[in-house]
Every structure is written in C-alpha cells, then in structure tokens.
Write a protein that binds this ligand. Structure first.
Ligand code: SF4
Length: 367
C-alpha cells in the first residue's frame, strides 16, 4: 500500500554553491508547464499500484518557483485520480523570496497544510557565505504571511558548520528560530559535496569547514537549546514540537511504501527501490512517450532489507533493534566509547556517534 507521494520540482532562481540536489536555473513558464504535464502523465503510468495516500510532499529544487495555481492544479489532479486519506499531510518547500500572503491562500485552499522554508540562517554573513539569494526579513515576512493565510505547521531549515560561523552566531540564530511561531526545525551540517563549487573550494584549500570538534559542539548546542524550547529531536536532523513530526519523512525512515515522481526522484514499492533519470530532457522525452523514466532498480532481499533497516533506523531517535546486529562486540565497543547507548532494547546514537553515522552504519551492517 503506497502511503506517501513525493513530487520533485527541480527549478531554482540560482544554484547555491553547496547544492548537491537535482535543480536547474530554468525560469521559462512554458517549460515549467511542460514539466507539470509530464508529472501528471508519469503519475498516470502508475495506475496499477495500490494507493492510499496519507502524505504528499513537494520538494526540490524550489517548488515555490511554480505559481501557486500550478501547484493547486497538481494537487487537484492527484485527488481526482488517486485514493487519498481525508487527513492528508501536504507539504510544500518554499524559498523565502517567493510566496506571499495571496500565494499561501491559494495553496492553503487547495489542501496544503505544511510549509517548509529554506531559511538556513538569520545572520546576513552566513547567508552570504552560503550564496543564498534572500535576506533575513524575507523569511520573517514568509512566516507571517503563511500563518495569516492559515498554514500554521511550519518548518524552518537551518545550516550549521558554515565557514566563519561561531558558537555564539549559532546561538543567536537558535534564539530567533525558537521565538518564531513555528512547529519544526531541520538542522543540517554543511557538507562539501564533490562536484559542487563549495566542494572544489574546500578541496583546493581556499575554504575551510569547521573541524570535527567544533561541529560536534554545534550539534550539541542545537540539540540542547531546542530540547529546552520544547522542540524534541526525532531524527538526526529534525526537531519538532509535540505532535508535529513530519509524517512524510518518517515514511522514508520506517520502510513505508512511497512513490516519487519527477526528475531524479526515488521510490520504494513492492520491495523494489527505484530511481528516475537525473537528466531533465531525458525525463521529459521518456514520459511524453509514456515510458517510465526509471534508471536504477534494486530488489531488496532479506539481507538488503536488514542493511537498510539498520541504516535508516540509526537516524531515528528511537534507534536500531538490537536483534538486527549480529556481532554484539561492536555494540559493547560503541557503548564504551560513548558513541551510542541502549534504550528499550534498541541501539541509539549519541551526539558523538551521529557525527560518524556512516562509519558506524557500515560496521553494524557488515557485522
Ligand atoms: S535553493 Fe535549494 S535546491 Fe535550489 S540550488 Fe539552493 S540549495 Fe539547491
């Protein structure tokens, strides 16, 4: 049963230098309409699947680079063609410079009840370092307009580990975040991905990211500050007020079936994990010929499922079922070195472990 639908909107006004997502600076309305037609057609290619949608998530790129009418049009199409639950969580990611009150009103009327704002920081120097195209006041206005239009479930993204950022800077940001009437905060450590301009600058020694000790202190500050302000961490990068965890993202980490449509999107259906092409021209051409634009498929056998479950549940505050870990000596080492703790029969990562999640996951998987 497919409970979640992810829709990738790959357009952005600019390409941020650290960005590793599939996104294009592509502002022609005609092309955007062509893309939206392709999304609808792609969804129609999955008619045979068993849907009972509980969540729809518009991610990107910048979904608010589409007009609110186009987003409303897609939602109407989904509701008319796919079985959906009455209580549907519909999230739209929004750039602070795009939507204002009237735009939020239109998407609210179409059913959107959750907005995720790509703020990253309220300090101008951080926004400049990150190459963002908005100012702190744009986000404040976005939050105000969103609430005025009746959408009160709001996430703000935060990035830490920015070159030049101090713990005091981070604390200033956290104060502003927690004084706003929002329900959710996603905090990501800045990563220098290979192939991005930031990745190249770091590789060539022109730009330095904070060292491991500083990023660990930053994570600990975020976690303790937010917990004190009643934002509880439920995943390694996500904190929410009581009752406001993102249902859609929890589907990813709990092996619930979801379909992803749009260029570069991923799906998990019938024990298959499959991904679409990252090439937008190829995506459009295939879908317009009524061909599913899938480029990668992997069937999950029992062992693969165990590996995925370890990897995904390590991210969650509730941790990994100890029965999935074959070599118990690894658990002992992780506890002794304070990378993890055992709670309710599950292995839960501590801050130090979260910083090296991938290494720990590999050890546990190979155990
Ligand atoms: S706005 Fe988001 S998706 Fe677009 S380029 Fe910047 S980081 Fe990437």
């Amino acid at each position: 049963m497919i409970k979640g639908l992810y829709i990738h909107i790959p357009f952005c006004e600019i390409k941020c230098p650290y960005c590793d997502f599939t996104s294009f600076v592509w502002n022609e309305d005609g092309l955007k309409k062509r893309y939206v037609s392709a999304l609808k057609k792609e969804l129609s290619l999955y008619k045979e699947l068993d849907f009972n949608l509980e969540t729809i998530y518009f991610g990107g790129g910048t979904p608010s680079s589409l007009s609110p009418d186009l987003l409303a049009h897609i939602i109407k199409f989904i509701k008319e063609n796919i079985k959906t639950e009455k209580e549907l969580e519909i999230t739209v990611e929004v750039n602070p410079k795009t939507y204002r009150y009237q735009d939020f009103k239109i998407i609210k009327d179409s059913g959107v009840n959750r907005v995720s704002i790509g703020n990253q920081s309220f300090l101008e120097k951080n926004l400049i370092s990150l190459g963002r195209n908005h100012k702190p006041e744009d986000t404040l206005q976005t939050v105000e307009d969103c609430i005025k239009a009746g959408i009160t479930n709001i996430n703000l993204d935060l990035i830490y580990g920015i070159p030049g950022q101090t713990l005091d800077d981070l604390e200033k940001d956290l104060k502003i975040y927690t004084e706003l009437p929002i329900t959710h905060i996603s905090a990501y450590m800045l990563t220098a991905y290979e192939g991005t301009p930031l990745g190249t600058l770091v590789k060539n020694g022109c730009y330095n990211l904070p060292d491991e000790e500083t990023t660990l202190k930053m994570f600990e500050l975020i976690d303790s500050f937010l917990e004190e302000k009643k934002f509880k961490r439920y995943e390694l990068s996500n904190w929410a007020k009581e009752g406001y965890q993102c249902k859609h993202n929890l589907f990813y980490w709990t092996h619930t079936e979801f379909l992803g449509i749009g260029v570069s999107s991923w799906s998990f259906v019938n024990n298959l994990r499959f991904g679409n092409t990252k090439n937008i021209e190829e995506y459009l051409e295939l879908v317009e010929k009524s061909v599913k634009p899938i480029k990668f498929t992997e069937e999950l056998n029992e062992e693969k499922k165990r590996e995925e479950e370890i990897f995904l549940s390590l991210r969650l505050k509730s941790g990994v079922d100890l029965n999935l870990i074959k070599n118990k000596d690894i658990i002992k080492d992780l506890l002794e070195e304070e990378y993890a703790a055992v709670e309710n029969g599950r292995l839960v990562l501590l801050a130090k472990g979260i910083m090296v999640l991938n290494e720990i996951a590999v050890k546990l998987i190979l155990s």
